[in-house]
Design a protein around this ligand. Structure first.
Ligand code: GDP
Length: 466
């Protein structure tokens, strides 16, 4: 069954929604949002200006001081701002109230808005309405989601580039529309000489579009490294300095480290940003053979973490010759598809380790002193391995969601297929079919053509009030 297409220019909502947009709990002020066609009328039943005219009779978007009523009694005083449609976040009539940030008082005011005719907003519903009213492309909405969950400065910069990405996606879409209308003209009126482009021009334009789509899709390498976290395992025999390295990496980014509930003491799991790259870092127990049942559980967990890793930091003590335990680890790691970096720790001490023994298993080595040094060399190498260094966060259009990347890759495939058909002189209707598929995929990236389930999934990650 073909997915139902959403048209962002056709709002489907008639209800007026309300929610507290600030986090629950005690605070200086709280923000309550009200959006929908009855926003002004509902607001006026709950909020009475202390001086002068009613809220809807004031100049738009000006702060008005007044009192909040609950069952006809004043419960608080605060401010209201009326944003008449379409000049609001959602594109609908919107009123934003600020009241005192007590849990009960915000609850009472919200309840009053519900009694006056508003309905509770669901998670992300304000932003979802903004998207459906054409105020915001889907890629921008996704970028706002990234901003809300940002754990690193790099993620914030990535989200800040959302206009650039949205413009690039729109530009590609418009180019595909122009090309398609050209081949459609050739299908509908084959005898007439209507097509504005010659076959050669069409081929060249399609090839160029395919290249630009492919180029944008390739930025996902950086986008993913910044936004998703590369599963990374630190391993090595006891006493080489794994914990010291782990603490060094955490310490450098202590402010943005988050702990995951449910991890055990034998595999610690944290998010750490190393330069521009976000690591999902696992500090494991060693993976040697052991008779101790408790230790064996830790070892089994370490093996599992390793099998899912994309990056492995294998730590060695550079101040000692390699031991058999190190060699066992090297042999085990060689089997993994992950990118392997050998970390030659304790480089503050005289070197005794023969690095030639590592060359075969590790394409990359970094010497450092976890105890006294910095992880800068490791940060530079990781950035080089997992991102396109030519891209600047916040300045370049960078694809950061798996969904957008998949849609762009599909578009590139269809455009390439269209080029092949054009080159081999197939009839226009066959080329047109590939172009239509390419256009549909491009339309999915910015939300011009998108399945309702996809929209629901994107907004389900937002909080209520956003
Ligand atoms: P793990 O068992 O691999 O986690 O190793 P630890 O991090 O507990 O470190 C083992 C010992 O090596 C500790 O005494 C650390 O202080 C020491 N150590 C760790 N890193 C360095 C380093 O870079 N230089 C020196 N000289 N000692 C280190």
């Amino acid at each position: 069954m073909k997915p139902r297409l959403m048209k962002p220019t056709m709002p489907e909502y008639t209800t007026t929604i309300a929610a507290v947009s600030t986090p629950p709990g005690k605070g200086g002020v709280a923000l309550i949002r009200l959006s929908g066609e009855n926003a002004a009328a509902i607001a006026e039943r709950v909020f009475v200006p202390v001086f002068g005219k009613r809220l809807s009779e004031r100049p738009p978007r000006t702060a008005v001081y007044g009192r909040f009523l609950s069952d006809g009694v004043t419960v608080d005083d605060g401010m209201a701002l009326f944003f008449p449609a379409p000049h609001s976040y959602t594109g609908e009539d919107t009123v934003e109230f600020t009241c005192h940030g007590g849990r009960l008082v915000t609850h009472l005011i919200l309840e009053s808005l519900f009694s006056a005719g508003a309905e509770p907003a669901t998670a992300g519903e304000f932003t979802r309405r903004a998207f459906l009213n054409g105020k915001l492309s889907l890629s921008k909405a996704e970028a706002i989601g990234t901003l809300l969950e940002a754990q690193s400065r790099a993620q914030i910069l990535l989200s800040a580039g959302r206009d650039r990405l949205s413009d690039r996606l729109d530009g590609l879409y418009r180019e595909a529309v122009a090309l398609l209308s050209n081949s459609e003209a050739a299908i509908d009126f084959p005898e007439e000489d209507l097509a504005e482009m010659t076959k050669e021009e069409q081929l060249r334009a399609t090839e160029e579009l395919a290249d630009r789509v492919t180029e944008l899709a390739a930025t996902y390498r950086t986008g993913r490294a910044v936004s998703e976290g590369i599963p990374t395992v630190i391993c090595g025999r006891p006493n080489v300095g794994k914990s010291t390295l782990y603490n060094l990496l955490l310490g450098e980014e202590a402010a943005i480290v988050s702990e995951t509930a449910g991890t055990t003491r034998d595999v610690l799991e944290r998010n750490v940003s190393l330069g521009r790259v976000l690591l999902r870092l696992y500090d494991t127990a060693g993976i040697r053979e052991t008779a101790d049942p408790v230790e064996r559980i830790g070892v089994e967990r370490a093996r599992r973490a390793l099998s899912g890793a994309s990056l492995v930091f294998a730590v060695f003590d550079r101040s000692e010759p390699l031991r058999d335990e190190d060699r066992e680890l090297i042999a085990a790691l060689k089997e993994l598809p992950a990118v392997r970096i050998a970390i030659l720790n304790k480089s503050d001490l005289p070197r005794k380790l023969d690095e030639a023994e590592l060359a075969d298993a590790f394409p990359y080595t970094v010497a450092l002193s976890a105890q006294s040094g910095s992880a800068e060399a490791l940060s530079v190498l990781t950035d080089r391995l997992f991102t396109d260094e030519t891209l600047t966060l916040g300045d370049d259009a960078i694809v950061f969601s798996a969904r957008q990347h998949a849609a762009l890759s599909r578009a590139a495939e269809h455009l390439t297929a269209a080029c092949t058909l054009l080159r081999e002189g197939y009839p226009a209707d066959m080329t047109g079919e590939e172009m239509r598929e390419a256009l549909a995929s491009l339309g999915q990236t910015n939300g011009r053509e998108v399945n309702e389930d996809v929209v629901a999934e994107i907004f389900s990650h937002f909080c209520v009030g956003k």
